[in-house]
Design a protein around this ligand. Structure first.
Ligand code: ZN
Length: 241
């Protein structure tokens, strides 16, 4: 079994009617719902307002792949937790960052750049065509040449990220913008995937292609041979190695 933690900030669904209308129980439960259909996955959810953000040491150690969606409260994630997540990625925990998570302290720490981009604040009629630009990559399995999202927030280049190992997907918007929508990296023993779709006002996570990509990404990001220190009680903190 692959232990997956779906972490969502889970603030907007509590006080924004338009978000709750699309995701009554938050994006975290919508993602869990489709991942639960995969019998190889053991999925739990966690959010910012849980004790220890739902990511205490035991919960982190039991996470093989961490999925991260956040938007309005990046600054509330404790720096100490960010450091622990970064260390676990280096030790082999998979990390999948979705949509506005591009500005999270987690991905900034792991990748080392600002991860800034161009965007439209009030998306009204942005249509996105997501092209597969690395069809042999495991994350693209089952995905055709492209698929479309009728409504999505526009994210455009320049996206300030380190050069990806693979740009699995490239998004084109009817505004004329393009974006590296699906990118992979490795850091230490860990695999990282950033995936751009997922604005909270649109039913993106009910789209079968989106679900397929995220499910594929979980399988790809899972590293069964994690660095042994993770399970060793006498392991030194990373900075002492
Ligand atoms: Zn958004």
């Amino acid at each position: 079994m692959i232990n997956v933690t779906v972490w969502c900030e889970y603030r907007q669904a509590k006080f924004q009617d338009d978000v709750r209308a699309v995701y009554p129980n938050g994006i975290k439960e919508a993602i869990k719902d489709f991942l639960d259909k995969d019998e190889e996955l053991n999925v739990r959810t966690a959010c910012l307002d849980d004790p220890d953000c739902g990511l205490n040491d035991e919960q982190l150690n039991n996470t093989d792949v961490l999925i991260w969606w956040a938007h309005v409260a990046h600054h509330e994630v404790p720096d100490a937790l960010v450091k622990k997540i970064q260390e676990r990625v280096l030790l082999g925990m998979g990390l999948i960052v979705l949509h506005s998570g591009h500005f999270s302290k987690v991905i900034q720490a792991v990748l080392g750049t600002s991860c800034s981009l161009k965007w439209y604040e009030h998306p009204t009629n942005c249509r996105e065509r997501i092209w597969c630009t690395d069809p042999s990559h495991p994350i693209a399995e089952g995905i055709g040449d492209y698929f479309e999202l009728e409504h999505e927030e526009m994210y455009g280049e320049f996206f300030d990220i380190p050069k990806p190992d693979s740009v699995v997907f490239t998004g084109w918007f009817n505004t004329g913008h393009v974006f590296r929508s699906g990118c992979t990296w490795t850091r230490g023993y860990g695999k990282i995937f950033y995936f751009q779709p997922g604005h909270e006002q649109f039913p993106i996570y009910y789209n079968e292609n989106i679900q397929r990509v995220i499910n594929n990404a979980v399988k790809w990001a899972y590293s069964p041979k994690r660095r042994p220190e993770l399970d060793c009680p006498n392991a030194k903190p990373l900075e002492e190695i």
